[in-house]
Ligand binder design. Structure first.
Ligand SMILES: N[C@@H](CCC(=O)N[C@@H](CS)C(=O)NCC(=O)O)C(=O)O
Length: 208
């Protein structure tokens, strides 16, 4: 059975939990408290030198970390990843966007709000982090609402179907308010969030 090293409040961990549940792939979840430094122990670092969850371990000893690499691996041969090479690249485009332009702002602002006493050198840059988060939301709203030149409104991020791009972006967008973000001016995002939530076998972030 696949072992998933996880931390319940983590949106990155949630991506993997959600995807495995939706694909009906059984897994054992091992909760590590990141606040207590449980991903930085010599034992964990020997397996996962990045010292972060989510990370998975297979029965044959293979290991994988980075949430989006993990969900890509499990979804690659399912309807959650399109078959057309260009559409696949578009899914990856949004997954890279999530990691570079979205998660470092929206997830970090939420982490600060959830752990006001946790020391973190990035805390001083909070105004820049909030700005970055709203920039990312603006990009998503533009794409979903189809307000760009020659564009059209979209139900999902790529190809009119629910893909790993939606899972990657949903993970922290649906809890953005916990980081202080107001989605009031982002109607297309709010409708998309409801659409993702209504997918078969959806689970909330609080479910292990
Ligand atoms: N890019 C990584 C980010 C992973 C990450 O930042 N994990 C956090 C929890 S969301 C963590 O394990 N932090 C513990 C630490 O850095 O010690 C991914 O998408 O998996």
């Amino acid at each position: 059975m696949i072992r998933l090293y996880d931390y319940l409040p983590s949106g990155n961990g949630y991506k993997v939990r959600l995807l495995l549940t939706q694909l009906q792939i059984p897994f054992e979840r091992i909760e590590l408290d990141i606040i207590e430094g449980n991903t930085r122990t010599p034992r964990f670092l020997r397996k996962f030198p990045n010292g972060r969850i989510p990370a998975v371990e297979f029965d044959d000893g293979r290991r994988l970390f980075e949430s989006n690499a993990i969900i890509w691996h499990f979804a690659e041969t399912t309807s959650l990843v399109p078959q057309d090479p260009f559409e696949r690249a578009r899914v990856l485009q949004w997954m890279f966007f999530e990691q570079y332009s979205h998660e470092p702002y929206i997830a970090v602002a939420r982490f600060f709000a959830m752990h006001p006493d946790h020391p973190d050198e990035r805390r001083g840059g909070l105004p820049r982090i909030i700005r970055g988060g709203y920039d990312a939301l603006g990009v998503m709203e533009l794409h979903l609402s189809g307000s760009g030149e020659g564009d059209h409104a979209r139900e999902f991020f790529v190809g009119g179907q629910y893909t790993t791009a939606d899972i990657a972006l949903y993970a922290y967008t649906h809890v953005a308010h916990e980081g202080g973000f107001d989605l009031g001016n982002y109607p297309a995002i709010r409708e998309w969030l409801a659409r993702v939530k209504s997918q078969p076998r959806h689970i909330p972030i609080t479910q292990g």
